[in-house]
Design a protein around this ligand. Structure first.
Ligand code: EPZ
Length: 456
């Protein structure tokens, strides 16, 4: 069932939605419909996979976000012709004439994205060399790439690090390898997949990530002619093939964006139909959403998320790799937990610094205590790495407006929904960071009845 709600803006009112600062007046419940398009963390990787094909590819449901723009630019400087298809969200990629790009071109485009590291395998296969600028860390941790470089060396790549970045060659070509990841890293798993499919011989990958986005990338590679089998216990076997063709594929929906709007409905006492959301990829999130007190109705073409009334309940959760509770879901959830009646604990086990966004929430009146090394003697299923963190959230605490500088993509979304539910006015700047991963973010807020102005 879709809910139709009148947008408080006058119909047809032209609003500047491009500015980098939102002046938000809290109190309006978000109500209406949002379309969630393809996953940022699949579509960008699928675009890189197109480099491996000897014929053109078509990718559908590509979100209009800056991270996609970064990958499009990197493909184009390497000679891939990228054009928009007939329908919105469809792109055509023609990798027939791949060529070496100059370092300065790649460096200028790479920005703070992590995706450039995934160009290594495909460029080594196509050109025999690759150059990756030094990938900056970001606010949620130093984002190392040691698993990636170790995997590439296992395939036979020669990795030269310089102050500018990383230059890779493969003098003897790339050969299948036995790779055991120290941690089920999503990026490192993608690195291995994108390199192994055209390597000579078979690759065995152990302790692999198995997120839905990984499975969708494997589906794309299989369409291209790859031979990949997903075995039990996080083992993936890849038999290298001589040739891959292009693919036609519709991206998996963005489960991070879906979970973010779901939590926005809860935090603002609203009711949002997330068109495109599917239950199977959100099962763990839906369980927690229900335990906190959220309501949801699952439809064939999306999921309706709403605040059913009554108080929100505290929970204790631990982020984990799939099928656990995803690390990208905890930031919006923490905002909802500031309104829960009791003490909640969120244990972040994937990144070493992913609670920085809570400082702004405390300035708005929340009561969140972050424990940098996790909680003492918290019972755990398996030994965890030593950089974990835990946030203890005591609610309910009314939130009031504040001046906020968005720190990162998911933390920024949390700041916006906190401001939307707060009493008074908030000034949220650096909103472009949110546009990196949420398509038409400000337009969607306006369509859901949020009360705000935009400043440059
Ligand atoms: C992907 O990042 C996503 N980004 C992240 O989403 C997501 O949070 C993460 O997977 C986990 O699901 C993209 O797909 C672009 P990892 P990735 O390699 O691949 C450590 C968002 O908001 N590690 O699984 O970088 C790493 O530091 C973003 O959309 C190494 O130590 O994640 C982290 O602690 C945020 N060495 C852990 O592993 C390495 O070589 C998991 O990282 C690689 C990773």
């Amino acid at each position: 069932m879709k809910t139709d709600v009148q947008n408080p803006r006058k119909a047809g009112e032209q609003v500047n939605l491009k500015g980098d600062t939102l002046i938000i007046r809290g109190g309006n419940p978000l109500r209406g419909v949002v379309d969630v398009r393809g996953a940022k963390n699949l579509a960008t990787k699928a675009m890189v996979a197109a480099l491996l094909g000897e014929t053109p590819s078509i990718l559908r449901d590509v979100p209009d976000i800056s991270d996609v723009g970064v990958v499009r630019g990197l493909l184009e400087v390497h000679g891939v012709v990228v054009t928009n298809g007939e329908t919105a969200g469809e792109i055509h990629l023609n990798p027939t004439d791949v060529e070496t790009a100059h370092f300065a071109q790649v460096d200028a485009l790479a920005s703070s994205s992590r995706i450039p590291i995934l160009f290594c395998g495909p460029l080594l296969h196509r050109l025999g060399e690759a150059f990756i600028p030094d990938l900056g860390g970001c606010r949620i941790g130093d984002r190392p790439i040691d698993f990636h470089l170790d995997a590439l060396r296992a395939f036979g790549a020669v990795v030269d690090k310089s102050y500018e970045g990383i230059h890779l060659t493969a003098p003897d070509g790339l050969k299948g390898a036995d790779i055991h990841l120290p941690y089920p890293s999503v990026g490192a798993t993608e690195q291995v997949l994108l390199t192994a499919v055209r390597a000579t011989g078979t690759t065995e990958l152990r302790n692999a990530a198995i997120e839905p986005e990984i499975m969708d990338l494997i589906a794309i590679l299989q369409k291209m002619g790859a031979i990949i089998s997903v075995e039990p216990n996080r083992v993936i076997l890849i038999e290298g093939v001589d040739r891959l063709t292009g693919f036609t594929h519709r991206s998996l929906f963005d489960r991070n964006e879906a979970a973010s709007w779901a939590t926005a409905a809860l935090v603002t006492h609203g009711d949002i139909f997330v068109a495109g959301a599917k239950q199977s990829e959100l099962m763990t999130f839906l369980n927690v959403f229900r335990k906190v007190g959220g309501g949801f109705d699952i439809d064939e073409d999306g999921i309706r998320f709403y605040h059913p009334g009554g108080e929100l309940k505290p929970v204790t959760i631990e982020t984990d790799v799939h099928p656990g509770f995803m690390t990208d879901w905890q930031q919006p959830l923490v905002v909802a937990l500031t309104q829960a009646n009791g003490v909640s604990v969120v244990h972040e086990t994937v990144y070493e610094n992913r609670f920085g966004f809570t400082e702004a929430l405390n300035e708005m009146g929340a009561n969140i205590v972050v424990h940098p090394r996790g909680l003492p003697n918290t019972p755990r299923r398996v030994a965890r790495r030593d950089f974990e963190q835990a946030a203890v959230i005591t609610g309910p605490t009314p939130l009031h407006g504040a001046n906020i500088l968005v720190p990162d993509l998911r933390g920024g979304f949390s700041h916006v929904i906190a401001a939307l539910s707060a009493d008074g006015v908030s000034r949220v700047s650096n909103v472009d960071l949110i546009r990196r991963g949420y398509e038409h973010f400000v337009d969607k807020l306006a369509g859901l009845g949020a009360d705000f102005d935009v400043e440059d």
